[in-house]
Structure formats: structure tokens, C-alpha cells
Design a protein around this ligand. Structure first.
Ligand SMILES: [Fe+2]
Ligand SMILES: [Fe+2]
Length: 346
């Protein structure tokens, strides 16, 4: 599947997810800056309240990763209780189901230092979001979230290798590639956890192939979340890709590695140009992606903020490319272009 084919994909139907719209250019609300509007009908909670709840849930997940992983690091000696894990993932699911979130805000988080913690939290949140988009029930979401939470705990065995700032040697890579086995063994030792989890975790780096077409769907979701998270965050040996570039790699190079339905649900909901991406239009105007039209990943909603001479427009204008079919995105702005107009935003 190529980018150019994406537009031809049939819509998966109206999304039930609730979403915020990022509408601006600074960190103030409404008329003078960052404006995030709720689109969902019947939503009573205020936006700051929703954002705070999600933020708190994310931070709680991150703290749990740290404390559980650090205790387990002692020879995998201290196991969390099944209830502790289930309560935590249930809270994550309820928060994401009931309030949804601007997804890029979440999985773009990154902590300096040991990336294993934020990576595990990010993959957990992203996997749950994908499960929600796939209409998973609570039981499946819980199983998926728990597997995502623990998928890389086996990396603790290889910290001396992964903390290096150089690219891994072939031999080191082969050792680190054993981490799903260790992660899988770890969850087997938590009494009461679903046995299916260990298989999901064991296969999170397996990919579809001609000889392997019936790979566990939870493993595929975690695998795709894992790839996207890893590409969009820096590592000691590589820089982060912009979300648009990462989505492009997934569509063009990794589409055959995962079920098309899973790739589609991700691209449908995040878009080819994720929220927050600056883009050129074919008119040479510049806009910021503020929302995605589910099923039309090349036609998001934009806030057009600069004219064809890169001059700030006195009044920005919101355009829905799914309705205004004579306008098209030419491509994302490169970093060097962004710096040229950053001053105009301040
Ligand atoms: Fe992994
Ligand atoms: Fe991972």
C-alpha cells in the first residue's frame, strides 16, 4: 500500500471516538493562541479536567512502570500482584474510553535517561487506543494493556548493552533480541494473570510473512505501537523521526508486516499527517493539522496560518479538506522551513 493509495481506502465508517481539535499556535486558550475544542456531544467535563485526568493516569502508569520494573530488576525477584496490575490497566482503559485524548500528546512523551520506562507507558497507551478503535471489549482491552505494559520488561536483562550510545553489534543485537522470552517468562510468574499474555508478549516482534499469516492480533497491535513509538522517539544511537515520516514508513514499508486492518485503524485515526503537523498546500499556503477525518487520512482539518509568501495571515482560516476538495496537501514542512516562520508565531 502506497501513500497515494491511502485515499482510495474505504472508510471504516464513522468513528465513535471522541476527539479534541488542536487549533492554534501558542499555549493560550481560545482567541489568542492554543485552542483545543471538544467536538463530542454530551461531554460534561471541562477540557482542563479531561486533560488533567489523562495526564494523571499517564503519570501514574509511568510511576508504576518504574516501581514494578525496578523491583523486578532484582533477578526478576519481586513480582507485582495480579490485582495491582489489573487495577492499573483498568483505570487506563476507563480514562481512554470515557474521555479520549489527543493521541500524539501521549505517545510523544519522552523522558531523558532510561527510555524503557516511557517507552513501556507509551506503548501501553497507544495499544489501548488501538484496541478501543478496534471495538475491543473490556476483557480484551485489559489483556492487551497488560501485555503492552510488560512487553519489554525482559530488556532489564540487557541494560548494560542497551544503555550504550553506539549502535549495537551483531552479537549484542542477537542477545537483546532474546528479551521477549524473558518478558514472557516474567509474566508467567505473576499468579492469576491470563496465560494468553505470555504468548502475546513472546510474539511482539514477530511479523506477518507468507509462512506466518495467523499471528496473534494482540501481538501485532503491540508490535505496531512499539514500532511507531520507537521511530518517533530518540535513542542513544539515533534521532527521532517526525510522526508524519514514521507513519509513511509504516504505510510504505511495514504494511505487509501487520494485518491491513490494524494498519488501517491506526492510519484512519492518526492520519497520514498527524495532528500538530505543519503542511504545505498546493496553493503554497501553510497550515497546521488540527484534526483527522476518520477514513480520509489524506484530508485532515487544517488551520491555514500563512499565505503563499510565508506571511502570517491577519485572520487564520479553518479548512476541512474532506469538504474542500479543490485544496490538497503537497507535503509536510521540513525543519528548515519551520524555522523560517517560527518568529512570526511568537
Ligand atoms: Fe520489544
Ligand atoms: Fe518495545
Amino acid at each position: 500500500m502506497k501513500i497515494s493509495d491511502i485515499a482510495k481506502l474505504k472508510s471504516a465508517g464513522p468513528s465513535s471516538k471522541k476527539r479534541f481539535v488542536y487549533n492554534g499556535n501558542s499555549n493560550k486558550e481560545d482567541h489568542s493562541g492554543l485552542q483545543i475544542r471538544k467536538l463530542m456531544a454530551g461531554e460534561n467535563a471541562s477540557l482542563p479536567e479531561i486533560k488533567n485526568n489523562i495526564e494523571e493516569t499517564y503519570n501514574n502508569c509511568l510511576e508504576n512502570v518504574k516501581s514494578i520494573f525496578n523491583r523486578a530488576a532484582i533477578d526478576f525477584g519481586i513480582m507485582p500482584s495480579c490485582t495491582q496490575v489489573q487495577d492499573m490497566v483498568k483505570n487506563i482503559i476507563i480514562q481512554l474510553q470515557s474521555s479520549s485524548v489527543e493521541i500524539m500528546d501521549l505517545f510523544m512523551k519522552y523522558e531523558e535517561g532510561d527510555y524503557l520506562y516511557s517507552h513501556s507507558a507509551n506503548v501501553t497507551f497507544l495499544s489501548v487506543m488501538m484496541g478501543i478503535w478496534l471495538n475491543y471489549n473490556m476483557s480484551d482491552l485489559s489483556s492487551l494493556a497488560t501485555a503492552a505494559f510488560f512487553h519489554d520488561i525482559g530488556m532489564l536483562q540487557f541494560r548494560d548493552i542497551t544503555s550504550q550510545t553506539k549502535k549495537l553489534s551483531k552479537q549484542e543485537r542477537e542477545q537483546v533480541d532474546m528479551h521477549p522470552n524473558f518478558s514472557s517468562q516474567f509474566v508467567k510468574q505473576i499468579p492469576g494473570l491470563d496465560k494468553k499474555l505470555s504468548e502475546t508478549i513472546l510474539f511482539h516482534h514477530k511479523r506477518l510473512s507468507k509462512t506466518n499469516m495467523d499471528l496473534n492480533e494482540h501481538a501485532q497491535i503491540i508490535g505496531l505501537a512499539d514500532v511507531l513509538e520507537a521511530m518517533t522517539h530518540p535513542r542513544p544511537y539515533k534521532a527521532a523521526l517526525q510522526p508524519h515520516a514514521a507513519i509513511t514508513v509504516i504505510i510504505e514499508a511495514m504494511n505487509s508486516c501487520f494485518s491491513q486492518s490494524i494498519v488501517k485503524v491506526l492510519v484512519d485515526n492518526i492520519g497520514v499527517y498527524p495532528v500538530g503537523t505543519w503542511v504545505w498546500l498546493d496553493t503554497r499556503e501553510i497550515g497546521l493539522v488540527i484534526d483527522v477525518n476518520s477514513g480520509l487520512p489524506l484530508s485532515p482539518k487544517l488551520n491555514i496560518m500563512f499565505d503563499d509568501c510565508m506571511q502570517r495571515l491577519p485572520r487564520t482560516r479553518i479548512v476541512d479538506l474532506s469538504k474542500q476538495t479543490n485544496l490538497h496537501i503537497k507535503g509536510p514542512l521540513e525543519e528548515k522551513d519551520k524555522s523560517r516562520f517560527k518568529d512570526a508565531l511568537s
